[in-house]
Structure formats: C-alpha cells, structure tokens
Design a protein around this ligand. Structure first.
Ligand code: NCD
Length: 310
C-alpha cells in the first residue's frame, strides 16, 4: 500500500501497513550505509530544519546524519541561541523559517502539542521528535525495527514496559504500535509512575491485551522483551517526588535470573542507573544496537514523508 503521510505527529493515523513500509525502507537504507560511499541523492535540493528545544543526543545526531546521507540541506536551530529567549512567539519563528522555503521541520519540544501547532502554521512536513511527556513516534518506530531485527519477527510477543510510564513519552508511542502489531503488554512501574489511565483505556478499547503489575520478576518470567525507561527527572513537579521514585527499579544480573532465557532488553537511552552496566555484555542487551538503528529508520522516514521514496 502506498505511503501517504505528510507528517508524523498523530501516531493513530499510522496503520500496521504504514509501519511495515517504513521498516522495509529502513532495511534498504541499512544497505546504503554498508557501502564505502554512504551518501545518496534522495533529498538533494530539500531543506530540513531540526528544531530542538530540549536536550537530545541520539535523536538529534541520527536525524542530522540521516539528512546528510540523503544529501539534504539542513539547519540546526533551537535552544538558547534563538530569538525565542527575547520573547518571540513560536508562530513568528516558524513563519520566518518557512519564508526561506524549507521542506520539513523535525521538532523536539518540552511542551506537548508543539509539533501539531507548527504543522498548522507552517504548511510543511513536520516530524515529532519528542514533545513533552506526550509522544516520541520516531523512537517507537526504531524500537519496532529493532524488535524485528533482534527477534526475527514482530507480533505475537509479550513485552514488559518497566519504569517511568507516566512521563516517559517513548512508551506512550510504542504501546500504540505494539498493539497495532498484535503483541501483549505488561506495564510494570512504581505506583506513582503508572501509565496514564487514558492511554491504557484507549489501548484496551482498541483490543490490547494489557496487564498492570508491580511484580517485576513475574513480568520478566513471561516476557520476550523488556523495555526499560529512565525516571524522567525533568518532568517531575518537584525534587521530593522525584527522590521518592528514583532507584525504585534496577535491571541487573540478579533480576535477570528471573527472566526468560532469551529475553531482549531495550532502552531508548540515556540510561541513568536503571540498567546496571554489568548487563551490557548480556547477548540480549540490545539498547546500543537500538540507538544505531535510529539512523536508518530516520533516513527512511524522511524519504517517505517528503515523497522522495515511494
Ligand atoms: C528519550 C526521550 O527523549 O524521550 N530519549 C531518546 O530520544 N532516545 C528517552 C529519555 O530521555 O529518557
């Protein structure tokens, strides 16, 4: 089926077919990246603005590299060096950028809903690279790509989401895609950091098989995958509530004794202390491979969204 999306903002607009198209395209770009000359002309003459108003290592660098490999012109914009600190509104900033005839804006912001607002005023393609505690769709797509690569298939598996499911935006997006692709989900978190009720209810209404628990060992014993998230310190209302939650779960060799033998361990990174470094040498520890896959996935998405890849 033809890919027909101008934006990646509302994940519910993406069907299982769309996800598979993105994954297949990413596989082709992986081959490009194995050549000595890794640049392709796919986005020659296109201009992409990376508007990052929140810290980022992997998302930002993999988008930038993806754009360079695709021969796009790109502008890295955002943070404290822009006129936003002088009080300029988002709308005025976006209008100005668009007057330079850009083609796509990749946006990360601390506020939920900013990508949609930019799409409404800009008229160009917008990709949500993480908006507050809301969504992080490109991360979820690279997570799915990684799961298929690690396990050989996607679907019919059980995944435990472990950690800060309240503020962690990656699991909000991944939960939706995992449901679309027919997987069982276990939500394991401290009581204060449970998956927002409206997300769980929406997923269940779509037919998702979800169990909520605080028994991490029991969850890992039946899971093919565990997706660990960091306690999102920057989103807590105060330091006291963060201190109550930090360190409340740690994946280490001891805990993994309770897990399925071939469990795959995922994490969007950065990690703080929720996965002990001793776990890194475990064959199923896939989090650095996962970060690497982000580059192919983002190349694929940029190609498809601009209509340059069919
Ligand atoms: C995540 C994010 O920004 O939401 N990081 C990422 O993009 N890989 C996860 C996090 O910050 O904990």
């Amino acid at each position: 089926m033809a890919f027909n999306h101008k934006h990646l903002i509302d994940i519910t607009e993406y069907s299982a077919d769309d996800i598979m198209t993105i994954l297949e395209t990413a596989k082709n770009f992986k081959q490009v990246n194995e050549r000595r000359i890794k640049k392709v002309p796919t986005l020659k003459g296109f201009t992409v603005v990376n508007m990052f108003n929140e810290p980022s290592t992997r998302t930002r660098s993999s988008f930038e590299i993806a754009e360079k490999r695709l021969s796009a012109d790109s502008l890295n914009f955002g943070g404290s060096s822009t006129a936003t600190v002088k009080g300029e509104s988002l709308v005025d900033t976006v209008k100005t950028l668009c007057s330079y005839k850009i083609d796509c804006i990749v946006v990360r912001d601390r506020w939920a809903g900013v990508p949609r607002k930019i799409a409404d005023v800009s008229g160009v393609s917008v990709i949500d690279a993480g908006d507050g505690k809301h969504q992080h769709p490109t991360q979820a797509l690279l997570d799915i790509y990684t799961i298929r690569k690690e396990k050989g298939h996607i679907g019919g598996q059980t995944i435990t989401f472990l950690g800060d499911l309240k503020y962690g935006r990656t699991v909000h997006s991944l939960g939706y895609f995992m449901q679309q692709l027919g997987n069982k989900m276990i939500f394991a978190s401290p009581d204060e950091l449970k998956m927002p009720e409206e997300i769980t209810a929406e997923l269940r209404a779509k037919g998702a098989d979800i169990t909520e628990t605080d028994d991490v060992k029991a969850a890992l014993a039946v899971s093919d995958l565990v997706y660990v998230t960091r306690v999102q310190r920057e989103r807590f209302p105060d330091e006291e509530s963060y201190n109550r939650c930090k360190g409340s779960y740690i994946v280490n060799n001891e805990l993994l004794k309770a897990a399925k033998k071939d469990i795959t361990i995922l994490h969007p990174l950065p990690r703080v202390d929720e996965i002990a470094t001793e776990v890194d040498s475990y064959a199923g520890a896939a989090y650095f491979r996962q970060a690497h896959n982000g580059m192919y996935l983002r190349m694929a998405l940029l190609g498809l969204i601009t209509g340059r890849v069919q």
